[in-house]
Write a protein of this length. Structure first.
Lengths: 111, 121
């Protein structure tokens, strides 16, 4: 059972903007940094966002994220068919010993 | 940066398997490393962490006592020895590198392509 909760699916048309939410129980989000990963079917996950709102080199600025209190959001603007994928939020548990924790994933469909 | 897993396959319940992850394109000894998995049609599950010099190791409760993580910095390799395997261990197993430019923890900035482990009789 994930300590981070994401909607199972979202959808939008090409060119539009979509928001994916990630809510946490207890202090899992409020006290920690959030990362976001994109997983295109059949491939490994790819880091999209780290430290709540930073993009690794090579990630376009169409991808942005924020965090407020116990919730985080990933925004994808100018949707492209290639953005169709599963998106996961991630952070760490109540201590470093408990390791990384992830949301259940959100399937983005670009209509 | 490249991470290449190997060693997956079909194993009977109760059996053992050793996964390897060959790293290249970066100074392996400068990075903390992890194993994660993804069961068919399911989400991501963190399994184990190993520090730079193997001095610090953590495991998820689901694999503690059955899986052992190790690394060989001279060989640029990460390993996961799995024993007492169960059908619920069936998954794609990924090795992943932790980012060094993050203020947080368990930020995975590079992943291997994964290796499939199937536990079935």
């Amino acid at each position: 059972q994930s300590v981070l909760t994401q909607p199972p699916s979202v959808s939008a048309a090409p060119g539009q903007k979509v928001t994916i939410s990630c809510s946490g129980s207890g202090s899992s989000i409020e006290d920690n940094y959030i990362s976001w990963y994109q997983q295109v079917p059949g491939t490994a996950p790819k880091l999209l966002i780290y430290d709540n709102n930073k993009r690794p080199s090579g990630i376009p600025d169409r991808f942005s994220a924020s965090k407020s209190g116990t919730s985080a959001t990933l925004d994808i603007s100018g949707l492209q068919t290639g953005d169709e994928a599963e998106y996961y939020c991630g952070t760490w548990g109540i201590s470093l010993r408990t390791g990384g924790v992830f949301g259940g994933g959100t399937k983005l469909t670009v209509l | 940066v490249q991470l290449v897993e190997s060693g997956g396959g079909l194993v009977q319940p109760g059996g053992s398997l050793r996964l390897s992850c060959a790293a290249s394109g970066f100074t392996f000894s400068d990075y903390e490393m992890n194993w994660l998995r993804q069961a068919p049609g399911k989400g991501l599950e963190w399994l184990s962490y190993i520090g730079f010099g193997s001095g610090t190791i953590y495991y998820a409760d689901s694999v503690k006592g059955r899986f052992t993580i190790s690394r060989d910095n001279a060989q640029n390799s990460l390993y996961l020895h799995m024993k007492s395997l169960r059908p619920e261990d069936t998954a794609v197993y990924y090795c992943a590198r932790e980012a060094t430019n993050s203020s947080g923890y368990y930020v995975f900035d590079s992943w291997g392509q994964g290796t499939l482990v199937t536990v079935s009789s």
